[in-house]
Design a protein around this ligand. Structure first.
Ligand code: SF4
Ligand code: SF4
Ligand code: FES
Length: 266
């Protein structure tokens, strides 16, 4: 029988523990993935105790507490702190989500809350994943409006119904995607075929342009997507839709692109 072994440096080890001094009544521990590309050491999970009476309610508050008060070497991305920029996406308590909108009290683990980078991606440092490949895939679908007709003197108008197809009547349409990649990194098909399969985030964006009634390159877009790997690696497992912290439905958008391709064949 084949004997598979992981390389030695892929094993995550137990790291340091940063205990709180004194008698702190309301404390919680966070186990955080650490890895430094400049060192020789394996990745590790460091444990940080936090005084919850002096920390905000969200997981991002806990990370900022650690960085500002305990360990300034901890590296993570964040910007808007209100679920708009997508930069604080990570795996928290076993789920891909946004650190700024995930309440600490909503974590299933009441103590020892584990925080790791988005899975199945190369790590740049600590909680920062390398998104270059995904950004290149996003660029490949040409996410901008393409038109051949002469530009109008004012903006290109769209009916409220057509706009709703993109924005969603309740704000959950594909145009609301914040490119956080929680969905793509939870997709088993993307884990195995991410070199060629575009993944749910990029396909949801592709659907957004296919369904934009102002765009005049729909046929060309569908031609580019009609590919056994780029599109048809989606097997409707639905992890993507469960993972989206914005309540979007990438699996449905992918199904609608497949339907548009099937319809034009008749
Ligand atoms: S529905 Fe498709 S894109 Fe979503 S997780 Fe499943 S295989 Fe991936
Ligand atoms: S569809 Fe949702 S999970 Fe996926 S990138 Fe967009 S906002 Fe993030
Ligand atoms: S910091 Fe912008 S989405 Fe979390």
């Amino acid at each position: 029988m084949a004997d598979f072994k992981l390389p030695k440096n892929s094993t995550v080890t137990e790291g340091k523990t940063f205990k709180l001094d004194g008698d702190v009544k309301n404390k919680k521990s966070f186990r955080v993935y650490r890895w430094n590309p400049d060192g020789e050491e394996n990745p590790r999970l460091d444990t940080y105790e936090i005084d919850m009476d002096n920390c905000g309610p969200m997981v991002l508050d806990a990370l900022l507490y650690i960085k500002n008060k305990i360990d300034p070497t901890l590296t993570f991305r964040r910007s808007c702190r209100e679920g708009i920029c997508g930069s604080c996406a990570m795996n928290i308590d076993g789920t891909n989500t946004l650190a700024c909108t995930k309440a600490i009290e909503d974590c299933h683990s009441k103590d020892d809350i584990k925080i790791t980078p988005l899975p199945h991606l190369p790590v740049v440092k600590d909680l920062v994943p390398d998104l270059n490949h995904m950004y290149a895939q996003y660029a490949s679908i040409e996410p901008w409006m393409k038109t051949d007709s002469p530009a109008p003197t004012k903006e290109r108008l769209q009916s409220p119904e057509d706009a709703n197809r993109l924005n969603g009547a309740e704000g959950h349409g594909p145009a609301m995607c914040i490119l956080c990649y929680c969905c793509t990194t939870s997709c088993p098909s993307y884990w195995w075929n991410g070199d060629r399969y575009l993944g749910p985030s990029t396909l949801l964006q592709a659907s957004r342009w296919v369904h934009d009634t102002r765009d005049e390159a729909t046929g060309e877009r569908l031609d580019a997507l009609e590919d056994p790997f780029k599109l048809y690696r989606c097997h409707t497992i639905m992890n993507c839709t469960s993972a989206c912290p914005k309540g979007l439905n990438p699996a449905k958008e992918i199904a609608e692109v497949k339907k548009r391709i099937a319809e034009r064949q008749h």
